[in-house]
Design a protein around this ligand. Structure first.
Ligand code: ADP
Ligand code: MG
Length: 399
């Protein structure tokens, strides 16, 4: 695993200036922050640095302003929400380098916190422009990256700065990397992976990587339909990518060659209507789906055997729901398997790591989020990690 420095490796930083890359790409409505999860994720790092007497300059992007200033995407909008979470005054600086930042640093006392402007207002950010990197670095003594969710991008503030300043992983980054390492780096075996969700095409690289790595691959959701169809199962009107049949076959063959058992649902919940509690709801064997029916979830007996498989495992990594969980009762399989995973984790026999936008929502719905070992809220970065890719933001923190 990548060896990186953490805040524990910092010497005396009283009065020193830290550039801290965080995730402040917050959900907003009518100018107000609607969910402060990402601010709270940055809190341990901010508290740690301010307690050590550092001056903290927060760097983050917001939206996609494409290298231009945009009044509707200024990070000044999040200052109030950040103040509320960290419980003290936060200065806003409408620049990311130059004299204005220098003056701000002069005004901030040890332990002071400022938010610099949206990094994506500068074209050099997404280009990882060395000139911009140099300019930003000029006002600081060291760099802390606490934004795992942006680590799959090699941008000036996610990657470039780590090369020109002493670089450290923040507390959230550290926790995320440790959890991911435990799940797929050097996991305790057997390892199970659940890959579900809508489409095979969006997660091809994930599947290809996982079959070489895990002992049990549980395929669910719309993706399972593509695999079933490839094996000649008639899936009716189900969401299915028929053109990917040969890719599905190849993944199955690779799984077999690597000793990975692939689990597909043999019993499914179907309906003719795409809606909650549809009148035509029924559970059937996977070979009994009618032409006008859609598979929208795995059936209870199938979930029971998945639970049994999971009970033999020591590690679980999960991305993607097993069914169309937004509509009852098609959340049942996801909720049931999530509860089994949570119980095994609580009991101490399973390390469970999950991630993905809809997956996090589904696990929240199941009420098990606190019982999993780790839940990653990083969308793209989590998937790239599941694909086995090196994340540039993480690689740059290497000692
Ligand atoms: P994540 O965001 O966790 O990576 P995805 O975006 O890949 O997950 O997939 C989630 C979506 O997949 C959900 O909207 C869910 O309704 C849908 N889905 C799951 N199973 C099915 C199914 N059998 N048919 C249609 N949609 C499905
Ligand atoms: Mg999604």
């Amino acid at each position: 695993m990548t060896a990186f420095k953490t805040l524990d490796d910092l010497g005396d930083v009283t009065g020193k200036v830290a550039l801290v890359r965080v995730d402040l790409n917050l959900p907003m409505q009518d100018g107000a922050v609607t969910d402060d999860t990402r601010i709270r994720a940055a809190l341990p790092t901010i508290n740690d640095l301010t307690a050590k007497g550092a001056k903290v300059l927060l760097l983050a992007h917001f939206g996609r302003p494409k290298g231009e200033r945009s009044s509707t995407q200024s990070l000044s909008m999040v200052v109030g929400a950040v103040e509320k979470v960290i419980g003290k005054e936060v200065m806003f600086v409408p620049e990311i380098y130059g004299d204005v930042v220098k003056q701000a640093v002069g005004i901030l006392g040890p332990g002071g916190v400022a938010i610099l402007e949206n990094t994506r207002f500068w074209k050099g950010e997404e280009k990882n422009d060395p000139e911009l990197v140099k300019l930003i670095a000029e006002n600081a003594d060291f760099y802390v990256n606490d934004a795992f969710s942006a680590a799959h991008r090699a941008h000036a503030t996610t990657e470039g700065l780590a090369h020109v300043l002493p670089a450290y992983a923040g507390r959230s980054m550290e926790a995320e990397l440790k959890a991911l390492e435990k799940a797929l780096g050097e996991p305790e075996r057997p390892v199970a992976a659940v890959v579900g969700g809508a489409k095979v095409s969006s997660k091809l690289d994930v599947l290809k990587h996982l079959v070489t790595l895990v002992d049990h691959l549980i395929i669910g959701g719309g993706m399972a339909n593509t695999f079933l169809a490839a094996r000649g199962v008639k899936v009716g009107k189900s969401l299915c990518e028929h053109d990917l049949a040969s890719v599905a076959d190849e993944i199955m063959a690779n799984a077999e060659a690597s000793g990975c058992t692939v689990h597909l649902p043999y019993e499914v919940v179907v309906s003719k209507e795409f809606m909650a509690n549809p009148p035509s709801l029924r559970t059937c064997n996977v070979h009994e789906v009618a032409e006008d029916e859609m598979i929208l979830d795995a059936g209870p007996a199938a979930v029971e055997s998945l639970s049994d498989a999971l009970k033999t495992c020591k590690t679980l990594v999960w991305n993607g729901p097993l069914g169309a969980f937004e509509m009852v009762p098609f959340d049942a399989a996801t909720v049931a398997l999530a509860k089994t995973a949570a119980a095994l984790t609580k009991e101490g026999s399973l390390v469970s790591v999950a991630g993905g936008g809809d997956t996090v929502a589904a696990l929240n719905l199941a009420g098990v989020s606190d019982d999993f070992t780790y839940i990653s809220t990083a969308g793209g970065a989590f998937l790239e990690w599941m694909e086995g890719k090196e994340l540039p933001g993480v690689a740059a923190l290497e000692k």
